[in-house]
Ligand binder design. Sequence first.
Ligand code: SAH
Length: 459
Amino acid sequence: MEIKKNDILTVEITDTGIEGEGIGKTDGFILFVKDAVIGDTVQVKVMKAKKNYAYAKLEKVLVPSPFRVQPPCPFHRQCGGCQLQPLSYEKQLEFKQNKIRNNLIRIGGFSPEHIDACMEPIIGMEDPWHYRNKAQFPFGYDKEGNVVTGFYAGRSHNIIANTDCALGVEENKTVLETILAYMKKYGVSAYDETSGKGLIRHVLIRKGFASGQLMACIVINGNKLPEEKALAEELWKIPGMTSVSINVNTERTNVILGKKVRVLKGEEKIEDTIGDVVFRISPLSFYQVNPVQTKKLYGQALEYAGLTGEETVWDLYCGIGTISLFLAKKAKKVYGVEIVPEAIADAKENAARNGITNAEFFVGKAEEVLPQKYEEEGVYADVIVVDPPRKGCDEKCLETMVRMRPERIVYVSCDSATLARDLKYLGEMGYEVRKWRGCDMFPGTVHVETIVLLERKGQ
Ligand code: SAH
């Protein structure tokens, strides 16, 4: 059977692809259908046909899947943020666990028996909505020329006007409406990416879930806003508002934040607590976006680390020291390594703020700092924790870790494909996967965090 563009087909969705799309087959031909759910029978229109497969658009759900739920957000199909909203949460978790499992087997080369024997069930959320403590909303214009804010449509920079994202906190709406009203009142322009003109680009909103403190950082294409005091006063009326600031970004770039922050009212940083550790967070620092799950993730990392109070621990890719300070309470000594100098400054401040004296931090690349400290000072580790960005660990870093011969390695990963690659290497170098489990930090999306415990073989 030949399938070509604009064909209308009926297909049963039998699988979920890595981007969350539904997958169906007709006569051995594979169709990828965004927004279709495993178990649906759907009518689709072919958008792009290749020899053995095609991408198709969901036209109509003919028979809904038993796993299909009513998505809370009316914009979920246009918005690029959530890929799994119409799928029941239970099935989302199953999808994520399988995604990690498949990568460990396919890329890591582990046997299914081994992977299944050391799997612990994925950690889900009780309430998988409104979990994000951070959101960055772009400002722009709609077709009629009105100023709008919301989210980018998938694979584009067209803004879908929506001040009420189902993943964010309810205060986002009030902050956004306050800024829109201010722009209207004083005729303040939104930034236009094509011309590079206009003033307000984005607002970054953060909320400390434990502290209740709110931060609004307005990113502008200039140094100053008209009547900025009036705006700050209006924002200050929102309960919890602790930090109102301006971030200057005059570059023509997709990078949201510039380097300079100027406080309009209140503090530059807000505070939040995870477990019993207090963190001060600046607008520029990396901080996990799902605090409820972060606590569980770090708790699991701590359990896998198996600390008794006597251990020396290295925490590589430590950010503002979040995991390090969690570990420090149970270890003899913790060393943190991170590439961003501002994050290390925050890590030191956070250690002091919590009266933690057994944590030390180094600025630099993990793959440079660790080998250097090992060669020159012969540093030692009982346990090494790594939490690298999506690209995973550099081989030089892994090689040094192995040479340091820690008893245990705890690998926290936001990309199970690079995780599997690194575990394969560690496996060949004498470290065995003992336990692993997923942790759902990003419900509604295809992303998932994984935590793995490795032990030195022959122990
Ligand atoms: N563990 C922290 C941060 C994890 S995110 C937390 O849970 O909050 C990964 C961190 O790795 C980021 O802070 C990033 O700046 C840092 N990073 C990226 N490449 C690095 C490298 N080569 N060496 C050290 N740190 C790096």
